[in-house]
Design a protein around this ligand. Structure first.
Ligand code: GLU
Length: 451
């Protein structure tokens, strides 16, 4: 049995089913870091992997709130504090009906390595609730956020754990959460990031993840001697904060983004998607993408049920570069095959773990440049750390300052990932480069801090 097989077996027995998302994330990392573990026995001697895969603590709590009909509603809230070797726990909150312990463990684990890759002093965490913001009134969202914070405030603090947004949690929800924290604790401190700019948020936090994904791609294409994005057709999935800001940056660098999608269907607009309309439909009103056709009848809307099972319409659109920015496992082996057949040159992940392991393998064996989420979408959490810095020093940076720092951070991450891959004999493999580089920094800190 090989070293890697033995490691996988060990975790298979301790983590149960091999089908869950946490296991999927873990297995990828174990395969990737094998050359590092084999080259230096200290990581095995200090049982780093065994220690890293178990969260420091997992907090689960009840959230009870009154809806607009004065009916009592009950949800479950979570915070998974995974690892704080490099700094305070840091990571988003997700409000979505699919949220459970397994999803948050996967996201929290990814966050440790992502945050390590930023080079900034932040540990890894994730949290959220099975609360579904869809169809809720503003007042209901506010009441839920207050109830959620009534319990969460006990476990967070600017030097302990600093949550932020994720799917279903934007600056509005962060505002309500902050308001409740302030009320309960009588303190005004940088305990959350992604706050509205009007009160101690950072400029450019909403744009950060999407812009960062494009900065990363530009650097990756340059390193790999591929043509830049200017004038190229790009496909983007998703229609949330990450997708829409990736589209915005793609236009700014002269590319042509022609798609976006939500859980119901895909828009394909060959002349380029209308960003203002999308922002209105999805960020302001949370409406269906189908309404796009009312003013753009020349575009195509492909409902999910009209596309063959196992694949997604958005990855069947010919493109130079693809940007999965919706959710986990949204780009399958079949989708990867379609992208390859249509001549796609690069895939960069804006969402967390949007590509299945089979899809990644296929893309890599066909030499498609592949930018993995934990490196490519780290711009969001990097600007969150900039927000923590601004809050701690009671200062405000300009849009240009934040943008410049974000760009430099994404370029640095991309170059370091590429270099690490080369150093460990897997040149061009950004998945392995990101996993080795992110893991090594956390592991070295854990060793230095003792058990
Ligand atoms: N949820 C985001 C992520 O997946 C941002 C986390 C943060 O800003 O703390 O990285």
């Amino acid at each position: 049995m090989s070293f890697v097989e033995a490691e996988i077996k060990k975790f298979e027995s301790s983590n149960g089913s091999g089908t869950n998302l946490f296991y999927q994330a873990l297995e990828e990392v174990i395969y990737s870091i094998a050359p590092l573990l084999e080259s230096d026995p200290k990581y095995t001697e200090h049982a780093i992997l065994e220690r890293l895969v178990v969260p420091d603590r997992m907090i689960e709590f009840k959230v009870t709130w009154l809806d607009d009909n004065n009916k009592i509603q009950v949800n479950t809230g979570y915070r998974v504090q995974f690892n704080n070797a490099l700094g305070p726990y840091k990571g988003g909150l997700r409000f979505h009906p699919t949220v459970n312990e397994g999803i948050l463990k996967f996201l929290g684990f990814e966050q440790i390595l992502k945050n390590s890759l930023t080079g900034l002093p932040i540990g890894g965490a994730k949290g959220g609730s099975d609360f579904d913001p869809k169809g809720k009134s503003d007042f209901e969202i506010m009441k839920f956020c207050s109830a959620f914070m009534t319990e969460l405030h006990k476990y967070i603090g600017p030097r302990m754990d600093v949550p932020a947004g994720d799917i279903g949690v934007g600056s509005k929800e962060i505002g309500y959460l902050f308001g409740e924290y302030k009320k309960i604790t009588s303190t005004y401190e940088g305990v959350l990031t992604g706050k509205p700019f009007i009160f101690s948020g950072s400029l450019m936090r909403p744009e950060a993840t999407g812009y960062g994904v494009v900065y990363f791609t530009e650097t990756m294409l340059d390193i790999e001697n591929k043509e830049p994005l200017q004038g190229k057709v790009c496909t983007v999935s998703g229609a949330g904060n990450v997708a829409l800001h990736a589209i915005e940056k793609l236009y700014q660098v002269g590319a042509l983004p022609v798609s976006c999608s939500d859980s119901q269907g895909t828009i394909h607009d060959p002349r380029g998607v209308n960003l203002d309309l999308l922002k209105q439909l999805k960020l302001e009103k949370r409406q269906s993408l189908e309404l796009y056709l009312e003013t753009h009848p020349e575009a195509k809307y492909i409902p999910v049920e009209e596309y063959p099972e196992g694949g997604h319409a958005v990855w069947d659109i010919p493109c130079y570069a693809a940007f999965p920015c919706a959710t986990q496992n949204e780009l399958t082996e079949l989708d990867a095959q379609n992208l390859i057949t249509n001549g796609c040159v690069s895939v960069t992940e804006g969402a967390n773990m949007p590509s299945t392991p089979d899809a990644i393998e296929l893309l890599q064996t066909h030499n498609v440049c592949f930018g993995p989420a934990k490196a490519a979408n780290a711009g969001g959490v990097a600007v969150s750390e900039f927000e923590m810095s601004q809050n701690a020093s009671m200062s405000t940076w300009t849009f240009e300052e934040v943008d410049e720092k974000l760009k430099l951070t994404m370029q640095r991450i991309c170059k370091r990932v590429a270099l690490t891959a080369k150093d460990y004999g897997v040149e061009g493999n950004y998945v392995d480069g990101a996993n080795i580089s992110g893991f090594k920094k956390v592991a070295d800190a854990m060793i230095a801090e003792g058990i």
